[in-house]
Design a protein around this ligand. Structure first.
Ligand SMILES: C[S@@+](CC[C@H](N)C(=O)[O-])C[C@H]1O[C@@H](n2cnc3c(N)ncnc32)[C@H](O)[C@@H]1O
Length: 451
């Protein structure tokens, strides 16, 4: 293309050569990459440069000159404004192909691993699949209350009435909550003045029930009766928890939870296991896809004398595995989740399950030494992946097989790079746990290489 050096605020017409790791379009201009969110591979678009960095530009999509045949009309009216979804403008087929390529590219780029990646296993629901939402609540300078989502890379709220990734209940919960704040003259948080009471609402659901956590800045605030009355007009089975967070940082929850009303926990029965989760324990957000993944994990454990489930959360997977294994060890850092896991163990009479509350980087090296190589290992770490100490302990202790479930292809690839000399990859299976977003869940099975 032209010789001109592009600068911030320039307009340009470009051809989108490929998709990036976050589903954005990528064009190249004078050997410098331009990220164009919401543009598709193969399109010609006009875009406005909004950021000029040393090695890349970011441009805002202005006009699609020649649309891709994979482009569809995004179902959500807030798409592109609310900072939530990134690929609603792609057909389902294109979303799944993109995700497979993101995993393939990450393995090749960060680990020089060029294995075949299976086609992505889809979600039954492409919308309304999430079981948890978290919306900031803010008061503008002119006193208006806004509930919604933060716009991308900002703390400005895009006000929403509904979110198509959440359940049908969302719309009613948002509107009743807003009515409650307005009628009771309850203030919402104003980031500029650091004043106001309600900061966030977080809802965790299962089937017809939900627990609403109201995050407030004032521990004395207790005016929940009108909210209970309002929610009772629409819903039969719900609970309310107050959480106090006085800090003005990016963390949603403060340390203190106070039970206010109704359900304290959601009762769930799956895989012949009964368990309960509270408002804070980790749950995979797409239940149907989670069940597909767990079923696959169970069927792939072919050495079940000792199984170590590292990063075990509220313990459901450890418990399911314990039904068919001799000894199972779950390791989880969050004490509340560990309490849930212990309840689950007792309730289901799983004497062969040991739940350890601690940091995998401290617990796993010792446990791995004890078990020698006589165990199978499940890894399901948070986005930042597995600590290097944990990878070192795995390499030293040589568990017979590893089943690694990851929600971040880049850190998965980084970790597999450390393990690849000792372990052979049997399969890489991505799952569409998060339709309409570029996030991907990937299951990898690794077998210890024969000496
Ligand atoms: C992706 S979740 C997986 C939870 C569980 N396996 C499931 O499927 O519900 C990761 C879990 O790892 C826990 N975690 C994060 N860092 C940890 C660490 N260093 N040691 C142990 N657990 C950790 C988190 O609290 C969270 O429960």
């Amino acid at each position: 293309m032209g010789e001109k050096v592009l600068k911030k605020n320039d307009d340009i017409t470009v051809n989108i050569e490929r998709f990036g790791a976050n589903g954005e379009g990528i064009a190249v201009y004078n050997n410098k990459i331009i990220f164009v969110p919401f543009a598709c591979e193969g399109e010609q678009v006009s875009a406005h440069i909004i950021c000029d960095k040393k090695s890349f530009y970011i441009a805002k999509l202005i006009n699609i000159i020649s649309p891709s045949k994979e482009r569809v009309k995004a179902p959500c009216p807030y798409y592109g404004k609310c900072g939530g979804c990134d690929i609603q403008h792609l057909s389902l087929d294109a979303q799944l192909k993109l995700k497979k390529n993101i995993v393939k590219d990450a393995l090749s780029k960060y680990a020089k691993i060029n294995v075949s990646v299976n086609d992505v296993i889809g979600s039954e629901k492409q919308l309304r699949y999430r079981n948890k939402f978290s919306f900031p609540v803010q008061q503008t300078d002119d006193g208006k209350i806004k509930i919604g989502m933060f716009k991308k890379n900002s703390h400005e709220i895009c006000e929403i009435e509904d979110c198509l990734l959440q359940s049908e209940k969302t719309k009613d919960i948002i509107s009743l909550f807003k009515e409650y704040l307005n009628e009771e003259n309850i203030t919402a948080y104003n980031e500029a003045t650091k004043s106001g009471i309600v900061k966030h609402i977080v809802v965790r659901e299962h089937a017809e029930s939900f627990i609403l956590t109201v995050v407030v800045t004032d521990e004395k605030f207790n005016n929940f009766r009108p909210l209970i009355q309002k929610l009772s007009t629409k819903f039969k089975s719900f609970g309310i928890v107050k959480n106090v967070n006085k800090l003005s940082n990016n963390v949603i929850f403060g340390k203190r939870d106070e039970f206010i009303y109704g359900l304290k926990e959601l009762k769930i029965q799956e895989f012949e296991i009964s368990y309960q989760v509270n408002n804070r324990s980790f749950l995979q957000v797409n239940n149907e896809v989670k069940n597909k993944i767990y079923s696959k994990i169970i069927s792939e454990i072919n050495y079940a004398k000792n199984v170590c489930d590292a990063y075990s959360g509220a313990g459901l997977l450890s418990a399911i595995v314990a039904k068919n294994a001799e000894n199972v060890y779950g390791i989880e850092i969050i004490p509340e989740a560990n309490i849930n896991a212990e309840e689950l163990k007792k309730q289901n009479g799983l004497k062969n399950l040991t739940n350890i509350c601690g940091d995998c980087s401290k617990v796993l090296p010792t446990l791995a030494k004890q078990l020698k190589s006589d165990f199978s290992l499940i890894l399901d770490p948070p986005r930042k992946g597995v600590d290097k100490v944990v990878c070192d302990a795995i390499i030293a202790s040589e568990p017979k097989q590893i089943i690694y479930l990851s929600c971040n292809p880049a850190t998965l690839a980084r970790d597999l790079n450390l393990l690849k000399d000792k372990y052979e990859i049997e399969f890489v299976q991505p799952y569409d746990m998060f339709p309409q977003t570029a996030n991907i869940e990937t299951l990898v099975k690794l077998n210890l290489r024969k000496a």
